[in-house]
Design a protein around this ligand. Structure first.
Ligand code: GLN
Length: 500
């Protein structure tokens, strides 16, 4: 068996037992990236030298019997929204084309301390705004199961990298579904932890009250391995949760007996693809066979999730992205100021520089979000839009609290359809926003959610199942997904749509 088809858990054992070395393993993944990235475009930068140097140092330390970190020698891909001192961090935007961060994100620091090998930075929708990875300034990402289709977004590069065996582990970020939706569309497992469980320090901000970093891998077990390393309190993030990190791997094996899973009838209404519905229903049945009980629950305000999210996220984005003005941060226009200042164009050469820098640096979707957010926050509209959205957010949160009095977890689809064709939704922002129907709730409520493969369509496209749980229910989410993966093999299927 070639190294790149092995899971991170198998590779960890092979490394410990001396069956392979980290250099051998890292080389295999780098070669696979070199062969497949021209088609998939999952990586924006590849750090061959840095990765091999780290791998060699881990191998040397192992040979000397030194103690090593929990991810010793394992290759990991990192979404390009996280700051790295040794690689550019572009956020898939022209605005940050040359940005070299002066510090590592807390998650990156933890990966390095765990002795992981960082392969490179993965492609994404610009500033994490999108659901198809078609908004990258550096080219779209293709779904490894069907290269005419989108991998989902915004962590499309991380999802495609794992699905195409270019990396066994990857880091993503999820503001409204960006880990779970691409995981679902690419047939891998992805966890959005509870807001605050993983530090956001060094994560380039999109919507600060919703953003959360999480693990992406083939299985729940490997997500647990990765989460173990990246979770934990950080005084550099004021919203970081200060409670001990449980042992996610030990909890995985606890029995499912007595687990109460909620089913929301409204999830199965109009718009849900019949093949998706069928596999999702079968997944509930599999859980019942395993000893769980299924209960109908309601999330009465769920239908307001997408409009609420698309007011709050752009509002916060419009504020966060104000820093990219060509002077403080980001791309700077280098033209000559117009000579009719203040007459019919700009108030001053400085304002002209700001405007032109932002016009050149941001892509169309980012501009749309900044305009939406600025409008929603502006005097006269603030109460009608932003303040109202915050009140609806509270109702959505309360829905989950009430549901979790009756059940331990809520199951359902991740996306209404399997992977859609590239270009299918690019001209219709509303259609693209509706892709987030089942995922934004967890972000608005600040709770955890996991997505994992639960079947394939007739045409061999992966279908995802989502479990959502109360705050800090990561052990239970991982355990429930792991049990499912012990009795099914959807997560083990590999794509044959790409060759190398
Ligand atoms: N698709 C959603 C959006 O476009 C979610 C993005 C995300 O989670 N980063 O905003």
């Amino acid at each position: 068996m070639t190294l790149t088809t092995r899971s991170a858990a198998e590779l960890a054992t092979a490394l410990q037992q001396g069956e392979t070395t980290s250099v051998e393993c890292t080389t295999a993944f780098l070669d696979r990236i070199e062969a497949t990235n021209p088609t998939i475009n999952a990586f924006l930068s590849i750090d061959r030298d840095g990765a091999l140097a780290k791998a060699a140092s881990v191998d040397a330390a192992r040979a000397q019997g030194k103690s090593l970190g929990p991810l010793a020698g394992l290759p990991v891909a990192v979404k390009d929204v996280l700051c790295t001192t040794d690689q550019k961090t572009t956020c898939a935007s022209k605005m940050l084309k040359t940005f070299e961060p002066p510090y590592d994100a807390d998650v990156v620091r933890r990966l390095r301390e765990a002795d992981a090998v960082i392969l490179g930075k993965t492609n994404m929708d610009e500033f994490a705004m999108g659901g198809s990875n078609e908004n990258s300034a550096y080219g779209l990402v293709r779904n490894p199961w069907d290269t005419d289709r989108a991998p989902g977004g915004s962590s499309g590069g991380s999802a495609a990298a794992v699905a195409a065996d270019m990396a066994p582990l990857a880091i993503g970020s999820d503001t409204g579904g960006s880990i779970r939706q691409p995981a679902g569309l690419c047939g891998i497992t992805g966890l959005k932890p509870t807001y605050g469980r993983v530090s956001r320090r060094g994560l380039i901000a999109f919507s600060s009250s919703l953003d959360q970093i999480g693990p992406m891998a083939r299985s729940a077990k490997e997500c647990a391995m990765l989460l173990q390393t990246i979770a934990g309190h950080d005084s550099g993030d004021s919203t970081s949760i200060n409670t001990p990190v449980p042992d996610y791997l030990t909890d995985l094996e606890k029995p499912l007996q007595g687990l109460r899973i909620g089913r929301v009838a409204a999830h199965f209404s109009e718009g849900l693809d019949p093949e998706v519905a069928e596999h999702v229903e079968q997944t509930f049945a599999t859980y019942e066979t395993a000893g769980a009980t299924i209960h109908e629950v309601e999330l009465p305000h769920a239908a307001y999730g997408v409009p609420t999210y698309y007011l709050i996220a752009p509002s916060e984005a419009s504020s966060n992205l104000a820093r990219y003005d060509g002077a403080h941060y980001g791309h700077r226009w280098d033209g000559t100021p117009s000579d009719d200042q203040g007459i019919n164009t700009f108030d001053s050469p400085l304002v002209e520089m700001y405007c032109r820098s932002r016009a050149e640096g941001f892509g169309p979707e980012v501009k749309r979000r900044i305009m939406l957010g600025t409008y929603a926050l502006s005097a006269g509209y603030y109460d009608a839009y932003y303040a109202k959205a915050l009140r609806v957010r509270r109702l959505i949160r309360n829905d989950f609290t009430q549901a979790f009095e009756k059940v331990d977890l809520i199951g359902g689809p991740v996306s209404a359809t399997p992977a859609f064709k590239l270009g299918e939704k690019t001209d219709d922002p509303i259609a693209m926003y509706l892709v987030d129907l089942y995922t934004v709730g967890a972000n608005l409520a600040g709770i955890g959610g996991i997505s994992f493969p639960c079947g394939f369509t007739q045409s061999k496209l992966p279908i995802g199942f989502q479990l959502q749980g109360p705050a800090l229910s990561e052990p239970l989410l991982l355990q429930a997904a792991h049990h499912y993966q012990q009795t099914t093999d959807w997560h083990l299927q590999r794509t044959t749509a790409i060759s190398s």
